[in-house]
Design a protein around this ligand. Structure first.
Ligand code: V1D
Ligand code: CA
Length: 436
């Protein structure tokens, strides 16, 4: 186990002020609750705190189409009628999961900028763990909003990490399938995606266990479909062995962990029975590998529990014990009636039988073990025509191999690589454009 890891925290004071609408379950105000809880526990003293930059349209276009980014930057609740055909095309508007609200584009800029900043800090070797609880919007597609998500900050952060790291692991413990991230990297072995999620009559409907990737990416998408009522014990009994095998076989240079809090007991949209301890056990286990990690938020619709979860997980990342008594803060009344941090599981059935969990575990371990023989896992070639769209500072990409993480690109990053140093990556390399 490595010694204490350096933690950087990215929070923009405006990000919690946006409002999706009165009947919409996504409440950015939960970010203010979480931040104030983190402050009231004194955790800010243990980490470096940063105000992130707002992501630019050019940064977003490293993954998203230009017309989609332009649409997001122009639309507002007062000019909807001018954009009606585009709203349908881009899946935004009143009768979708993705309303057009005041400041929609600024909101995407703030949560996306924070994830990109976190990735850059990790790339520069200036931190070991970067946290952005406002990020983790895993459903957004190249040219489409989906499931409350507009810009996919995760894909953009992973593209940033790929400038330095040969392999990036994405882990998703939100109750929903991380479809946008999986789709973006479905055809490459440079990103492995691992999502646990409720499957069956549940949004977004993807994430079957047999969906394992395609082309170069075959075997590098890992999906654990689950039923309602998942407990701490059953979640851990799946997460740990699969993660251990992923780390043994894939050996990522960096990890992105999406910590959607809708997998907690009592969530307004979710149906799992995880406590903070079960959820955070995943965070603890990922941290134990000592690999540079970007930790992100995601879903979470019982906002007092979202704040509890991410404050507790911040303490876990800092290895700082915090009291079960909620300290006084601006949102203290939200934690009534008990004013305690931790949640109790509900006394209800776990629809995941031991046999079904064992079947999922066995199938995922077999999928991973079949990668062991694939020469591309640890010794992959990076195609010669690497050209990262719109990013003039994307030189010095890895050309694979175990010793080629951290190369010096001439822009403050370190290197042990032996490539030509002029390679650039093209985001389209990771994306199967025939899908869009
Ligand atoms: F209940 C609602 C009230 C108003 C507006 C939307 C909803 C709602 C609840 N659940 N929408 C959903 C899911 N959508 C559907 C639609 C029906 N079909 C036509 C689609 O079932 C979307 C759930 C999104 C979950 C987002 C997330 O938690 O995964 C997330 N992660 O990071 C950010 C968000
Ligand atoms: Ca998930």
């Amino acid at each position: 186990m490595p010694g204490k890891q350096r933690v950087s925290y990215f929070y923009h004071p405006e990000v919690g002020h946006f409002y999706y609408g009165p009947s919409h379950p996504m409440k950015p105000a939960r970010l203010k609750l979480a931040h104030h809880l983190i402050l009231s526990y004194g955790l800010y003293k243990e980490m470096e705190c940063y105000r992130p930059h707002p992501a630019s349209p050019g940064e977003m276009a490293a993954f998203h189409s230009e017309d989609y980014v332009q649409f997001l930057s122009r639309i507002n609740p007062d000019n909807l009628r001018q954009f009606s055909s585009q709203m349908q095309r881009f899946n935004a508007g009143e009768y979708t999961d993705c309303p057009v609200f005041d400041g929609i584009y600024e909101f995407t800029q703030l949560y996306t900028g924070a994830s990109i900043d976190g990735a850059i800090k990790l790339n520069n070797g200036e931190t070991d763990i970067a946290i952005n609880w406002s990020g983790g919007l895993h459903h957004a597609k190249k040219s489409e909003a989906s499931g409350f998500c507009y810009i996919n900050d995760i894909v953009l952060a992973i593209l940033e990490l790929l400038k330095v790291h040969a392999r990036v692991l994405y882990i998703d413990i939100d109750i929903h399938h991380g479809d946008g991230v999986e789709e973006a990297f479905y055809c490459t072995d440079r990103v492995m995606t691992f999502s646990l999620h409720k499957y069956g009559d549940f949004f977004p409907g993807t994430g079957h266990i047999k969906d394992i990737g395609a082309k170069e990416g075959t075997g590098f998408s890992v999906n654990g479909p689950l039923s309602s009522g998942m407990t701490d014990a059953s979640y851990e009994a799946l997460f740990r062995p699969v993660m251990a095998k992923i780390m043994e076989i894939y050996q990522p240079g960096a990890i992105v962990l999406q910590c959607g809090a809708d997998s907690l007991v009592g969530d307004r949209l979710g149906c799992f029975n995880l406590t903070l301890k079960g959820h955070a056990e995943c965070v603890k286990y990922v941290k134990s590998f000592g690999v540079p990690t970007l930790v992100l938020g995601g879903g979470g619709y019982t906002i007092r529990n979202v704040a509890r979860c991410w404050a507790y997980e911040t303490s876990v990342l800092l290895e700082k014990e915090i009291s079960n008594e909620i300290p006084y803060n601006d949102y203290f009344e939200y934690y009534a009636p008990d004013f305690e941090l931790h949640l109790q599981p509900e006394p209800r059935d776990n629809m995941n039988s031991d046999a079904s969990l064992q079947a999922v575990r066995t199938e995922l371990l077999q999928q991973l073990m079949s990668l062991q023989g694939a020469p591309s896992v640890q010794m992959q070639e990076v195609p010669p025509e690497f050209d990262l769209k719109k990013d003039k500072g994307a030189e010095g990409l890895n050309d694979g191999g175990q010793e080629d993480d951290h190369r010096d690109t001439g822009n403050g990053r370190t290197s042990k690589g032996k490539g030509d140093g002029e390679r650039k990556s093209h985001s389209a390399e990771f994306y199967d454009s025939s899908k869009n």
